[in-house]
Design a protein. Structure first.
Length: 77
């Protein structure tokens, strides 16, 4: 039963993150469903090993999603 439930349950997509050092060079990659905790992690759209110890190209960085306070739906009272 657990296998069937796990197959039918919606899964969050895996996301790619890169750890940038103080000099904006890529130090590590991580694949996770949630953003890593800590300073320096940014979301990227792909992972290339040749980027390690190099600065990331601007096209690799994913723009952060901004949620505005006015866009949330009001709850019925």
């Amino acid at each position: 039963m657990f296998c069937l439930r796990s197959l039918l349950a919606a899964r969050r997509p895996m996301r790619l993150f890169a750890l940038l050092g103080d000099d904006d060079r890529c130090r590590a990659f991580r694949q996770s469903t949630q953003a890593p905790v800590g300073v320096g992690w940014i979301e990227v759209n792909e992972q290339r090993l040749c980027w390690l110890q190099q600065t990331l190209p601007a096209s690799a960085k994913v723009a952060p999603v901004v949620v505005h306070a006015g866009t949330e739906k009001a709850l019925a009272a």
